[in-house]
Write a new protein. Structure first.
Ligand code: G4P
Length: 287
């Protein structure tokens, strides 16, 4: 087992280009909506974003909230609120929570709307840039919110081809992120959390190592979920032994009755990703 395998650090070079592209677009947009994965709100964002967007009004969508622990999602909403940022829990797969989005944009941009009104610029749509690291559900969100009126706005002065503008309605337009906003692998936890959720491929990771880490987190924080799913009430000290317990519980054994820990590891990750272990959040806001 190679522990260094979770020490990922990809793509730093690409970020310079994305940063430049985002900062260029700031001139023509009114607000930034940042999509994060509600199960890992810290790891599923690029922490440099705040610096990139400066004073632009900022809304956070805690997406995939259907898979997250709702009590912790509420804590994230309060955390953001105390930092002056509106955060909304959403589920872009079903559309739940998305009806709050437009009103939140209007609330955040109330001053701007007043200015438009005073200048007689009635009907000027608000423009919002959507950003998020891969796999947080950016496309799902855009598809859901744009819905049937999915119409790309093109040939606008200052807007070059290839930019993805979408019309929500006459009052609101969305711009998909120019470039790709990568996560920032500041420490190994970020890479691990992204791998647990499937946001980064685990083909290059040691899945037994990864799933033992996940299992230990679940034993500490979500023992009831494990009990319900696997009917195991007591775990052991040693992570590998716990993986063996799971394997045996599921009848995953190889010749000689030895636990098939590789299969058990894949099973645990798959069940976590498909929410079969229940709604689980791995990151809580700092108090
Ligand atoms: P991206 O553009 O940010 O890269 O993400 P994308 O929308 O492609 O979504 C990545 C995966 O996450 C997709 O699953 C998508 O269905 C799922 N997803 C997005 N938002 C939500 C959400 O709020 N809740 C849940 N439960 N899932 C969400 P996939 O397995 O790649 O594809 P599929 O399941 O749609 O076939």
């Amino acid at each position: 087992m190679n522990e260094n395998k979770t020490n990922i650090n990809w793509f730093p070079g690409h970020m310079a280009k994305t940063k430049r592209q985002i900062s260029e677009k700031l001139k023509i947009i009114d607000a930034v909506v940042e999509i994060v994965d509600a199960r890992i709100p810290q790891s599923s964002r690029n922490p440099d974003l705040n610096e990139m967007i400066g004073n632009k009004p900022h809304i956070v969508l805690l997406n995939k909230s259907d898979m997250a622990d709702s009590s912790i999602t509420e804590k994230w909403v309060s955390y953001y609120k105390s930092n002056g940022i509106f955060a909304i829990p959403v589920d872009s797969k079903s559309g739940k929570g998305l009806n709050a989005f437009k009103d939140t944009v209007k609330t955040v941009l109330a001053e701007k709307l007043n200015q438009y009104r005073e200048k007689g610029m009635v009907g000027k749509p608000l423009r919002v840039m959507v950003v998020g690291i891969p796999n947080v559900g950016k496309s799902s969100f855009i598809n859901k919110i744009v819905g049937n009126s999915r119409a790309k706005v093109e040939n606008r002065p200052g807007v070059t081809r290839g930019n993805q503008w979408f019309t929500v309605d006459r009052e609101l337009e969305l711009l998909d992120t120019p470039g790709v906003l990568w996560p920032k692998f500041q420490d190994e936890t970020v890479g691990e959390h992204l791998a647990f959720t499937g946001a980064v491929t685990d083909r290059i990771l040691d899945i037994e190592f990864l799933s033992m880490k996940l299992l230990q987190i679940l034993i500490e924080n979500y023992p009831k979920n494990l009990e319900e799913r696997f009917k195991i009430t007591e775990f052991l000290e040693e992570p590998y032994e716990n993986l063996c317990l799971l394997a045996k519980k599921r009848g995953m054994v190889i010749r000689g009755g030895e636990a098939d820990t590789e299969r058990a590891a894949a099973m645990l990750l798959e069940e976590f990703r498909n929410c079969k272990l229940g709604r689980i959040t791995l990151e809580v806001p700092n108090a």
